[in-house]
Design a binder for this molecule. Structure first.
Ligand code: ADP
Ligand code: F6P
Length: 325
């Protein structure tokens, strides 16, 4: 293993730079040359890569985003593009590629692996929706960003006797919403994994108002409902003042928490060490407080279990009511 390239792909997430730093320095400590590819698979197809070393890892660990930039590249779903990328890596005598990204990026890495390019994936997405790892880099920071926003929104909702719908990211998963709902003390937490009825929410808000609970936080995963539309419907249905905040891209930025910077460090190193020790076609995952190597096949075979007990608790100690249809 003489030369490794690496890239960041898909939605960026806080902690990606910590993974980059760890890859650069773990490889250097093994005498492995490293090449950084800009803008994910798009940059790979364009051959947009530069030699990077120990010193280039300086001063980046505490910054959100990715110094290599990232991109989504629909073209890379085509086999012809994957073959071009594999050929380009061979031409540049790259022995392996490390992909830092989410499940889509890992699918791209698996496609390259199937074409004979040795790859490893470091799980990095705020969605925390990847199989093969308990946690993804960026998730903890995103949840803490949501908590800060919810605390501010709760202040003003309490001052105005308002219910506040807060829409959070997560694509098709509700992990960010559930963690923020539980930790932030939301009255309602709506996730795509569990059906809910807006009529039941309306009835609960009306009852709660009669009991003097005049402000509520309704955390709504983007995959569960459109936050603005839900707020509008609840306002019309109950006559209660309901406001909506779509948190959007602030959840993707900011300095990584200690947790995400730590995950970046240990998972970046695990990817380099696995490749150097002859492994390939694997996800450098995190499980039981340790890094672990899992093949793409095993990772893709796993199903990501939803934390149903956590959801039930969030409703039990939030509004104290179910919102099931
Ligand atoms: P994330 O990696 O954060 O889940 P995406 O799902 O957008 O983000 O995937 C990032 C990129 O990975 C895509 O833009 C595409 O270039 C590549 N990709 C995604 N799915 C596949 C696939 N099934 N086969 C090959 N490449 C894929
Ligand atoms: O996958 C991370 C994520 O932030 C999702 O939670 C969100 O739905 C999506 O990316 C937004 O994608 P984009 O940055 O391409 O608009």
């Amino acid at each position: 293993m003489k030369r490794i390239a690496f890239l960041t792909s898909g939605g960026d997430s806080p902690g990606m730079n910590a993974a980059i730093r760890s890859i650069l320095r773990s490889a250097a400590s093994r005498g492995i040359e490293t090449w950084g590819v800009f803008r994910g698979y798009e940059g790979l197809l364009a051959g947009d890569m530069i030699r990077l070393g120990w010193r280039d890892a300086g001063g980046i660990v505490h910054h959100g985003g990715t110094v290599l930039k990232t991109a989504r590249c629909p073209a890379f779903r085509e086999k012809a593009a994957q073959e071009r990328a594999a050929a380009l890596l061979r031409e540049k005598e790259i022995d392996a590629l490390i992909v830092i990204g989410g499940d889509g990026s890992m699918a791209g890495a698996a496609a390259l692996e199937a074409l004979g390019t040795a790859t490893a994936t470091v799980p990095a997405t705020i969605d925390n929706d990847m199989c093969g790892t308990e946690e993804t880099i960026g998730y903890d920071t995103a949840v803490n960003t949501v908590l800060e926003a919810v605390a501010r929104i709760r202040d003003t909702a309490a001052s105005h006797d308002r219910a506040a719908v807060v829409e959070v990211m997560g694509r098709h998963a509700g992990h960010i919403a559930l963690a923020a709902g539980l930790a932030g003390g939301a009255e309602f937490t709506l996730v795509p994994e569990v059906p809910f009825s807006k009529e039941t929410i309306a009835a609960a808000l009306t009852d709660m108002q009669k009991e003097g609970r005049t402000n509520s936080i309704i955390i709504c995963a983007e995959g569960a409902a459109d936050g603005q539309a839900l707020a509008r419907w609840l306002r019309d249905a109950t006559g209660i003042d309901v406001c909506a905040t779509i948190l959007g891209y602030i959840q993707r930025g900011g300095a990584p928490t200690a947790r995400d910077a730590l995950l970046g460090a240990v998972l970046g190193a695990a990817a380099v060490d696995g490749l150097a020790e002859g492994r390939r076609g694997f996800l450098a995952g995190f499980r039981n407080s340790r890094t672990h190597i899992i093949s793409y096949e095993e990772a893709f075979r796993e199903t990501r279990e939803f934390y149903q007990a956590g959801y039930d608790l969030a409703m039990r100690i939030g509004a104290g009511r179910s919102v099931h249809p």
